[in-house]
Design a protein around this ligand. Structure first.
Ligand code: PFF
Length: 448
């Protein structure tokens, strides 16, 4: 296994998996979905999904990867058979598709950072039309998303310890510090407490089926489950590591960052008298307005820091999305890492073009007639969200019926000699064997 590379130790894996988990969804998607779905009530359902379904699924994925020591396809094939390998392959393909649109949104964040820090974005009058023009500007978006993809590719070419670990060691702590600073500022603003009330005091009459569905898919997405990315990262974890402990740190860190992002954004939104239900543009339209209100110097500083933070969050997620297919080609096809990354970069860039052009440049892509006249990027995001939630549940079926739960338990007990017989073990087993397959059944009925 040494030629594949390993994480240098517990902290290396935890940082990389946390980096993969914490991403655009924590800072961009979680607050806007919470804003659209009634605030605190969404937060509660989201937390329940994270701890009931997602934490055990994460542990299952990591243990499959470490037991097999291979990429997602190779791990399912080794522990199961070639048919199960298809589940790994589907996840690998989903990773590439997710990366193709995710990189576009990361490009927006990068573009907004540049526009605020080095141009005069905050002097604009109407941020809604600025956003419309910005996402419609193909050449600028090609540039920003290409630069972002390049940063991702260079980190992945660097390999496990040199590239991925080093990038995460710097980015994760930086992200945390910047977030704390912005929260401190937002809480001092007038009407901040209205935002806090909206965010933290639940109104259960606001629960709908949509609230539950949005919370569920977001919780799988935010922990990077269901595409096999954590199988791949798990394959680089040493046998002496305690998987349950590592997974709990990752889950908590991801949850804390999403929670802090809400704590930062809702006071800002309410203090500026804006609507929390603005939807996907919340971060890109509402926040620049708020930064403008802070005055030219503070606004520029806060605004550029915020969008830089969004880039910091997105990069390690992009790295893990790319590492998943790269590991497949390196492990299964014995290709050179560098060549694989170069080809994948081109592929991701090309298949991301329709998403990049789906905001006005190409009218058909802006209003898909077969998808409620919504844009192509939203379509791809919604479809991949479903595949990864279903992928996570199918993984539980794989563990239960093919690999067998006692093998997973044995893997988890390696590096954690006290695991067997604990409440944690029973809870993880129960969720994987009963709860997630049930969830899959309910989901299939809803989707079909
Ligand atoms: N977890 C990332 C986020 O919250 O933005 C997105 C993601 C990364 C999903 C890696 C899936 C994945 F494999």
């Amino acid at each position: 296994m040494s030629d594949r590379g390993n994480f240098s130790g517990r902290i290396g894996f935890i940082l990389a998996a946390t980096g993969s988990a914490i991403g655009l969804s924590n800072i961009w998607r979680f607050p806007y979905l919470a804003g659209q779905n009634g605030g605190a009530v969404f937060v509660i359902i989201y937390l329940l999904c994270i701890f009931i379904f997602c934490f055990p699924v994460m542990i299952g994925e990591i243990s499959i990867g470490r037991a097999a020591g291979r990429d997602a396809y190779g791990s399912y094939t080794r522990l199961g058979n070639k048919k199960w390998g298809l589940l790994g392959l589907t996840g690998i393909v989903s990773s590439v598709i997710i990366l193709s649109y995710y990189n576009v949104v990361a490009g927006w964040a990068f573009g907004f950072f540049v526009e605020i820090a080095f141009n005069n974005l905050l002097l604009k009058k109407d941020f809604s039309s600025f956003f419309g023009n910005f996402v419609n500007n193909i050449s600028a978006n090609l540039f920003y998303s290409f630069i972002f993809l390049l940063l991702t590719s260079l980190s992945v070419i660097g390999g496990i310890q040199k590239g991925i670990e080093r990038a995460n060691r710097i980015l994760m702590p930086a992200l945390f510090l910047v977030l704390l600073g912005l929260i401190g500022y937002s809480l001092t603003l007038p009407h901040a407490m209205e935002g806090i009330r909206f965010y933290l005091i639940p109104d259960f009459s606001k629960i709908t089926a949509q609230t539950i569905f949005d919370a569920l898919r977001l919780s799988f997405f935010t922990l990077s489950l269901g595409v096999g990315g954590l199988i791949t990262y798990g394959s680089y974890v040493k046998k002496s590591e305690n998987i349950v402990y590592a997974a709990s740190v990752v889950t908590w860190a991801d949850t804390v960052v999403a929670f802090l992002a809400g704590l930062m954004i809702f006071p800002l939104v309410f203090s500026a008298g804006q609507s929390p239900a603005e939807g996907p543009p919340l971060v890109f339209i509402v926040l620049p307005q708020i930064f403008q209100d802070m005055g030219p110097v503070v606004g520029k500083l806060m605004g550029s820091t915020f969008f830089l933070l969004l880039c910091f969050a997105a990069l390690p997620s992009c790295i893990s999305l790319m590492e998943n297919p790269v590991a497949y080609f390196v492990d299964e096809k014995k290709y050179q890492r560098k060549n694989v990354v170069i080809i994948l970069t081109a592929v991701v860039f090309i298949i991301g073009l329709p998403s990049l052009m789906s905001f006005g440049a190409v009218p058909f892509l802006n209003q898909l007639p077969f998808y409620k006249n919504r844009d192509f990027l939203t379509f791809v995001a919604d479809v991949t969200d479903i595949t990864l939630t279903i992928g996570g549940c199918l993984m539980c079926i794989f563990i239960t019926y093919k690999w067998k739960i006692h093998n997973m338990n044995a893997e988890l007990a390696t590096g954690n000699s006290n695991f067997m017989g604990t409440l944690t073990q029973r809870y993880i087993n129960f969720t994987i064997v009963y709860v997630c397959p049930l969830l899959l059944g309910v989901l299939s009925i809803l989707v079909i």
